[in-house]
Design a protein around this ligand. Structure first.
Ligand code: BDR
Ligand code: CA
Length: 326
């Protein structure tokens, strides 16, 4: 069974990622860490606790960084609303937080497990992960891999070039891409294939019960927002793509690239510049003799039917478990 730490900023699609991780029998969710991103650290942490409390997900939740490493804070209130998870009703947060800061939770958990057994899944700005690397560099050789939602090699969603999670803390993202570990970049190029189409919504409706209602409520909210903001045909299920890839790495194809984060561009700060190993001549960064750093697996093409099965199966499983609990 794959062990993961989900580092998130719930956030509508983050909530779906939590449910997928908690509902998949192939994943052990070791804990949830929170980071300011879609909303303030107070709100995203409360939202994480509320989702866990509502659906019987009993895992440690540790609160993390309130601010990006260097730049000003950028929140996504216009997408996720005043609470960070507007729309479907949620109960008050009922569980206690883990006493540790998220950074210490990540370090303790990774170092306490056998090498090569824990996968980090950051689906918000990468601030906690960068801080954890700086505080305990040995986590780089200890983790199995890091599967990030962030970046894009075509176009952005905050600026023409930059995706939200990277744009919100570009310096942290560059730390994560440069560290000596295996990174999979699940960017907008991939996640915009992960649509909650009418077919997926009908399958989730057929699951029935409060979890299914919550997920449909999340997508209803997102659909309303995106219709006015980005005119996308169905809700995009960004963050769950990373969890899906841990459960089943064949859910999307990857290509190796050297990914660098633009930190200084006037118009391009937060852009992920992906130099593909398969590119003609490889277009080396730096001098003609300098070797590229073609280590990042960049997600390319989604197996949508498989993705839809993983979501539906996890929600069914979680619903059954919850019925057993009540
Ligand atoms: C990312 O930004 C956030 O708003 C979403 O939760 C997702 O992680 C998509 O750009
Ligand atoms: Ca997110």
């Amino acid at each position: 069974m794959k062990k993961i730490i989900l580092d998130c900023d719930p956030g509508h699609d983050d909530a779906i990622a939590i449910l997928l991780a908690a509902g998949s029998p192939d994943v052990e969710l070791l804990g949830i860490t929170t980071v300011a991103g879609n909303h303030t650290i107070d709100n995203v942490t409360r939202n994480a606790l509320s989702v866990c409390a509502a659906y019987g997900i009993e895992v440690p939740v540790a609160r993390g960084a309130a601010w990006p490493l260097v730049g000003p804070q950028v929140l996504a209130k216009e997408v996720h609303g005043e609470t960070g998870l507007d729309g479907p009703p949620l109960p008050e947060a009922a569980f206690d937080l883990d006493e540790r800061h998220a950074v210490d939770f990540i370090i303790d958990t990774v170092m306490a497990h056998e090498p090569g057994t824990v996968t980090l899944v950051p689906v918000g700005p990468f601030t906690n992960i960068a801080l954890a690397l700086r505080k305990e560099p040995r986590i780089a050789e200890r983790v199995e891999s890091v599967v990030v939602m962030g970046g894009s090699f075509t176009r952005g969603n905050v600026t023409p070039t930059s995706e939200f999670n990277v744009y919100a803390d570009p310096e942290a993202a560059e730390v994560v891409f440069r560290a000596p570990w295996n990174v999979t970049m699940v960017g907008l190029d991939l996640t915009h294939q992960a649509l909650a189409t009418r077919e997926l919504q009908d399958r989730v409706r057929a699951v029935g019960g409060p979890i299914s209602e919550f997920v449909l409520g999340v997508w209803e909210w997102v659909a309303t927002r995106f219709e006015s903001l980005q005119q996308i045909e169905a809700p995009v299920v960004h963050d769950a793509c990373c969890v899906a890839a841990v459960i089943d790495p064949t859910v999307f194809t990857v290509e190796k690239a050297d990914v660098r984060v633009e930190l200084t561009g006037t118009w391009t700060r937060g852009m992920t510049v992906a130099n593909f190993e398969s590119a003609p001549g490889k277009n080396h960064f730096g001098s003609a003799t300098e070797q590229g750093d073609y280590r990042t697996d960049v997600a390319m093409t989604l197996d949508w039917p498989r993705f839809a099965d993983l979501i539906t199966d996890a929600l069914q499983h979680l619903t059954r478990v919850r019925k057993g609990q009540s």
